[in-house]
Design a binder for this molecule. Structure first.
Ligand SMILES: [Zn+2]
Length: 119
């Protein structure tokens, strides 16, 4: 069982728990496709295609996990720091929350740029 199949089963369980409160038949029927999809993937003879699908999914999943981790850090540090994106390499830079205009140097690419911390 690969990550895509495992996550499909996990999503099916979550939807099942949520659907016990909602009680929708449409959601239940759509959710039933998830374990069927997972089982079909597990017994598929085309392992190369399944592997490629899993790799694509893993890339998407990693981006989603990074996005939510960054959102968590922004909320966690809202009183002490601000986050900016480097205009050159798009990496996230954490800056202490000191009101005013500052010049920030990106630790990844070394390019300097101006930021304005309003509040
Ligand atoms: Zn940079």
């Amino acid at each position: 069982m690969d990550t895509l199949s495992r996550d499909a089963i996990f999503l099916w369980l979550i939807v099942g728990v949520v659907n016990t409160f909602i009680g929708s038949r449409v959601v239940m029927l759509v959710a039933l496709l998830l374990p069927i999809f997972s089982i079909l993937r597990m017994f598929s003879k085309e392992t190369y295609k399944r592997s490629r699908e899993n790799l694509k999914y893993m890339g998407f999943r990693a981006k989603a996990v990074d996005f939510f981790k960054m959102q968590y850090r922004k909320v966690r540090d809202v009183k002490t720091h601000r986050y900016f994106k480097c205009r050159n390499c798009c990496s996230h830079i954490r800056v202490k929350r000191i009101k005013g205009k500052h010049t920030v140097c990106c630790p990844k690419c070394g390019k300097e740029f101006a930021v304005n911390i309003v509040f």
